[in-house]
Design a protein around this ligand. Structure first.
Ligand SMILES: Nc1ncnc2c1ncn2[C@@H]1O[C@H](COP(=O)(O)OP(=O)(O)O)[C@@H](O)[C@H]1O
Ligand SMILES: [Mg+2]
Length: 508
C-alpha cells in the first residue's frame, strides 16, 4: 500500500468557544476523489482552510506523502502542491482569464502569450471549455470557476480542494465539472470536494468523510454506503426526507404580475418584462442561478423596489376586489387588506431586528399600527413560545436578542412569524439556507400546509430536487427574464438546467 497523498491526524481548531474541528482524521490517496460531507457549520471549510494555509490548527498533524509538514500560508500550501478553490472567487474583473491565472505568481516572466498557450493546454488536457482572452466581467459563474481551477492547476497543484463548487452551477455545468474532476483523478491527482448534496457525493466520489458539529464521524467507501446511511452519519439519527406534496387546493388567481421591469440606479436592467400568476392553493417555485433577479422580484412584490414598468394585481379573496400594488410601500399594501408574508433573503435587516428579542420581533409585525393580523390575536409571547417549541429554535429564552441566535435559528423565528400571520400570499426566498436537514424538511412541510390553507406560496429555491418535489409549478428565470414555467410534477432536471442558462422553452 502506497503512502497517502495527504493525511490529517487529530486536527483540532477552535474559534473562541466554538470547536470548529475536533480531533479530525483524514486520508486521501493519489488518484482518488474524497467528498467531505456535513451539514452547515459542521466544520468542512475550516478543515480545508487548514490544509490550504488560511488557518493554522490548534493541534494535530498534517502529512504529505507520509512526511509531517507545517503549512502556515497559502504559499506554503502551494509548495506542497495543494490548491484550493474557495466558494467566493478572487478574480480581477477587468483582466482576462490568462491574466488572472498568472496574477501574483513569483519568478514568472509576465508573458501573456505563453500564459494563454499554457492555459489552452490545461483546457485540452482536462476538457475545460474556456477562452483565455475573455475578460472576467463577461463570464458566467461557471466560467469564472473554471478560471479559478485552472489558476490552481497552472501552479502545479496535485491536491485540489473545492469548497461547494456546485452551489453556483446548473445541472449541466455540474456534470461538466464532474467530468473534469474525474479526468484529474485518472491523471493521478487527489481531489477533495466539499458538498452537502448527497446525490453528488454518490455519483462522483470514491470515498466520503463525514463531519457533524465539528466532530469527525468517519470515512466510508461510496460503493459501500447509501444516501440513507450517509444522512444518518451526518445528522446523527434516522431522518425521513419526505415532502408530502398535496394536490393544488382549488387554485384561484391571487397575484397577477404583468410585465414588470426593474432598472437599478446604475441603469442595469434587473427584471425584464416579468409576467406570471401566483395562485392561492398552489406553490409556485422559482428556479434560477443565484443573482438572476429572484431577490429583486420578491422585493418588488413586497413593495421594497420601485418598478420602472408593469403592474402587480392582487385579487382579494375576502372582498373580491382587485388592488394594484405597484409602487406601494409595505405599509400601504397591508392597509389595502393584503395579507402578504415575506421571508426575505436578508433575514436580519429586512426581516427581523437584531437588537430586539424574539417576543418584540413578533410584535413588530402583528401589532404595528395597533392592528392585530394574527387569527385570534395570539399574544406575541405565546406566539414566540410556540415558534420556539414547534420549530425547535435553539435559544436561551424568548427574551434573547435575535442577533445572538445562529443564522439557522434566526431563520426559523422569521419563517414562524410570517406563517403565523395567516398569509394569503407567502413569499420565501431561500427559506432553508443555513438550516440543518431536519429543520429544512419542517419548513418545506410548513409551506405545503400554507398552500393547503389556500395561500399562494412563492418559493425561491436553489435545490432543483426539492423544487421538483415540493412545487406545483416551477418558473425559471435567467438574467431577469422568465425562460419558462413548467409543471412541478413532470419537470425534468435537464430541462430546468437549460432554462436556467437562458434557453427558452419552445412552447412559451
Ligand atoms: N473565522 C471564524 N471565526 C469564528 N468562528 C468561525 C470562523 N470560521 C468558522 N467558524 C465557526 O466554525 C464552525 C464551522 O464552520 P465552517 O467550517 O464554516 O462550517 P461548514 O463549512 O461545514 O459550513 C461554525 O460554527 C462557524 O460559525
Ligand atoms: Mg463551508
Amino acid at each position: 500500500m502506497s503512502v497517502p497523498a495527504i493525511e490529517l491526524r487529530g486536527i483540532t481548531k477552535t474559534f473562541g468557544q466554538v470547536i470548529a474541528n475536533k480531533n479530525v482524521d483524514l486520508v486521501v490517496n493519489r488518484g482518488e476523489i474524497l467528498s467531505i460531507l456535513g451539514e452547515n457549520g459542521s466544520g468542512k471549510t475550516t478543515l480545508m482552510n487548514m490544509i490550504s494555509g488560511i488557518y493554522y490548527p490548534d493541534s494535530g498533524q498534517i502529512l504529505i506523502d507520509g512526511k509531517e509538514v507545517v503549512i502556515r500560508s497559502p504559499r506554503d500550501a502551494f509548495q506542497y502542491k495543494i490548491g484550493m478553490i474557495h466558494q467566493h472567487f478572487k478574480l480581477v474583473d477587468v483582466f482576462t482569464a490568462a491574466e488572472n491565472v498568472i496574477l501574483g505568481m513569483e519568478n514568472e516572466k509576465y508573458n501573456l502569450k505563453e500564459a494563454a498557450d499554457h492555459v489552452r493546454k490545461i483546457c485540452d488536457q482536462y476538457g475545460f471549455e474556456l477562452d483565455p482572452e475573455k475578460k472576467i466581467y463577461a463570464m458566467s459563474v461557471s466560467e469564472k470557476q473554471t478560471v479559478e481551477i485552472i489558476k490552481v492547476l497552472y501552479r502545479g497543484a496535485d491536491i485540489l480542494i473545492l469548497d461547494e463548487p456546485t452551489a453556483v452551477l446548473t445541472p449541466q455545468e455540474t456534470d461538466k465539472l464532474f467530468a473534469v474532476l474525474r479526468r484529474m483523478r485518472d491523471a493521478g491527482k487527489s481531489v477533495i470536494i466539499i458538498t452537502h448534496k448527497l446525490h453528488e457525493v454518490m455519483s462522483l466520489s470514491d470515498k466520503v468523510a463525514v463531519l457533524r458539529k465539528g466532530e469527525y464521524i468517519g470515512t466510508v467507501k461510496t460503493s459501500e454506503t447509501t444516501e440513507a446511511d450517509l444522512t444518518e452519519m451526518m445528522v446523527g439519527k434516522k431522518v425521513s426526507l419526505n415532502i408530502d406534496r398535496s394536490d393544488p387546493n382549488h387554485p384561484q388567481d391571487r397575484l397577477e404580475v404583468k410585465g414588470i421591469d426593474l432598472v437599478s440606479p446604475e441603469g442595469i436592467r434587473i427584471l425584464d418584462d416579468i409576467s406570471f400568476t401566483a395562485r392561492g392553493g398552489e406553490i409556485l417555485g422559482i428556479a434560477g442561478v443565484a443573482g438572476s433577479g429572484q431577490k429583486e422580484l420578491l422585493e418588488a412584490i413586497a413593495g421594497l423596489q420601485p418598478l420602472s414598468g408593469g403592474e402587480i394585481l392582487y385579487n382579494n379573496p375576502k372582498t373580491g376586489e382587485t388592488e394594484n400594488l405597484r409602487n406601494k410601500t409595505p405599509l400601504e399594501i397591508r392597509e389595502l387588506g393584503v395579507r402578504l408574508s415575506f421571508v426575505p433573503e436578508d433575514r436580519l435587516g429586512m426581516g427581523l431586528v437584531g437588537n430586539m428579542d424574539i417576543i418584540d420581533n413578533m410584535m413588530l409585525r402583528s401589532y404595528k399600527k395597533g392592528r392585530g393580523i394574527f387569527v385570534r390575536k395570539q399574544e406575541p409571547r405565546e406566539l414566540a413560545d410556540t415558534i420556539i417549541k414547534d420549530l425547535e429554535v435553539n435559544t436561551p429564552s424568548a427574551t434573547t436578542p435575535v442577533r445572538r441566535l445562529s443564522g439557522g435559528n434566526v431563520q426559523k423565528v422569521l419563517v414562524g412569524r410570517e406563517i403565523a400571520a395567516r398569509p394569503t400570499v407567502l413569499m420565501a426566498a431561500y427559506p432553508v439556507r443555513g438550516l440543518d436537514i431536519n429543520s429544512s424538511y419542517t419548513i418545506y412541510n410548513l409551506l405545503n400546509d400554507q398552500k393547503d390553507l389556500g395561500a399562494a406560496v412563492i418559493f425561491v429555491g436553489e435545490d432543483l430536487d426539492v423544487l421538483m418535489e415540493l412545487c406545483d409549478r416551477i418558473m425559471v428565470i435567467c438574467a431577469g427574464r422568465i425562460t419558462g414555467i413548467v409543471d412541478g410534477r413532470s419537470a425534468k432536471k435537464e430541462e430546468l438546467g437549460l432554462l436556467m442558462t437562458g434557453k427558452e422553452a419552445e412552447d412559451e
